[in-house]
Design a protein around this ligand. Structure first.
Ligand code: PEP
Length: 250
């Protein structure tokens, strides 16, 4: 039985003190009663230390929104996996669609990040998903399969990997994939992983859904057999909503 995982991606929101307050409000509401669901929060880099302090000793995971794939060097503005680890992060999000869309990330760079994070002992949430144009052209399955295959190239052990299926047309738009639409893609992702790694690994792999998840639609999405939790953007910025979504998974 796969343990569900719900992660709040705060994106470029909340200055340090506000991030600390939001983390504190989430922790205050969740307490320690969410053992059936893994929970993480991904503040912007400057707030990782503050949020890490707030959630220290709790079961909430500290998650980074991005990383670089080199150890160190002349990469102005970038942050290495080891730096993130030293701040207490245990998960890194790789290849969010906003990184792909605005910052030129490709399956190749996502793969380098996934491999670096895993090599450093981190867990990775690898994001994939099709654009509206791709969906309307009927190539969703091809796009997602390629993202999985290329993103996981040369990754031999999937133990530290979570895949987040996030249809780009559903992110921050208020348009959620129906549970059936999401389930169809999740099942195809699991099938791809089955063909690459075998039955046991595919059955263990957690596949989150992301794209306008809210308290009102979370339970029906999470009830689908291949949906193992959510990557939550907008709704994770409100403690009440995020906690309600966690409870829908737990
Ligand atoms: C996301 O940023 O990963 C996301 C799914 O955003 P939203 O929930 O706002 O659509």
């Amino acid at each position: 039985m796969r343990k569900k995982i719900v992660v709040g991606n705060w994106k470029m929101n909340k200055a340090v003190a506000e991030a600390g307050e939001l983390a504190s409000a989430i922790l205050g509401q969740l307490g320690h009663g969410f053992v059936d669901c893994e929970v993480g929060i991904a503040p912007a880099f400057p707030s990782l230390t503050e949020v890490g302090k707030v959630i220290e000793g709790s079961d909430i995971r500290l998650v980074a929104q991005n990383c670089h794939y080199e150890d160190d060097g002349a990469y102005t503005g970038e942050v290495s996996v080891r730096m993130l680890e030293s701040l207490g992060c245990t998960y890194i999000i790789a290849g969010h669609s906003e990184r792909r869309q605005y910052f030129g990330e490709t399956n190749r760079t996502v793969n380098l990040k996934v491999r670096k994070a895993l090599a450093e002992g981190m867990q990775v949430i690898m994001c994939i998903g099709e654009t509206l144009e791709e969906r309307e052209s009927g190539i969703t399955a091809n796009i997602v399969t390629t993202q999985v295959r290329e993103g996981l190239e040369s990754v031999s052990d999937l133990g530290g990997v979570v895949i987040a299926y996030e249809p780009v047309w559903a992110i921050g738009t208020g348009k959620t994939a129906t549970p059936e639409q999401a389930e169809e893609v999740h099942a195809s992702i699991r099938e791809t992983v089955r063909s690459m790694y075998g039955e046991a690994v595919a059955e263990e792999l957690r596949i989150q859904y992301g794209g306008s998840v809210k308290p009102s639609n979370a339970a029906e999405l999470f009830a689908m057999p291949n949906i193992d939790g959510g990557l939550i953007g907008g709704a994770s910025l409100k403690a009440d909503d995020f906690v309600a979504i966690v409870r829908a998974a737990g």
